[in-house]
Design a protein around this ligand. Sequence first.
Ligand code: ADA
Ligand code: CA
Ligand code: CA
Length: 221
Amino acid sequence: MGGGGSGGGSGGGDSGGGTTTPGSGGVVNATILVKAGETFDGGGKRFIANKDTLGDGSQGEGQKPVFKLEDGAKLRNVVLGAPAADGIHTYGNVTLENIVWEDIGEDALTIKKSGTVVLNGGSAKNGDDKVFQINAASTFRVSNFKAENAGKFIRQNGGTDFKVDVFIDRCDISKMKESIFRTDSSSSSVTMTNTRYRDIGKELFMGVSSSKITTSNNTQY
Ligand code: ADA
Ligand code: CA
Ligand code: CA
């Protein structure tokens, strides 16, 4: 696959999200760019990175993303199979719906440029370190998402002091070796609501000022 713009697969289901249909989106040889304001609906198909051109999904930095989302882009109904290289990169205000990472690559998604990133629905598992990586001041809203077996669910890039506001709602987060959200920034905040969590190795929120933590109706199981 290469460069393919809007549209994507048209597999069944359509609006409503939450479902995936079998089928292959193919091996992605070049990052799929979803341009400003466009929507890419993967129709529940599985997209796999070409390990030679994008990356093998190891912990090597500098791998390329399978999807690059510009400001105003939307990505829906996508399964990322292994290898997932550097996953998904976002640049600005981006909406994602029903995204499944079957085996997290270097990381699953990176916020590369400031904006509000909204991810609703899907799952991610088996990462060596981060699930979500935040490299620019931003608001990140993740809901109805299940994450299992990684180092941390969300990491603001180490040593940075920009402000990130994280909202976690109706998620299921388990087997994180370190934490749910880790930051080195005293201005960053986290709000976690209606979420189930289990087996979080160190602290739920590492480095977050206590005055910047809001929690309600969460359950440890
Ligand atoms: C590590 C690395 C950063 C950046 C980040 C990422 O934290 O130190 O420079 O590459 O991973 O975006 O994956
Ligand atoms: Ca990394
Ligand atoms: Ca990365």
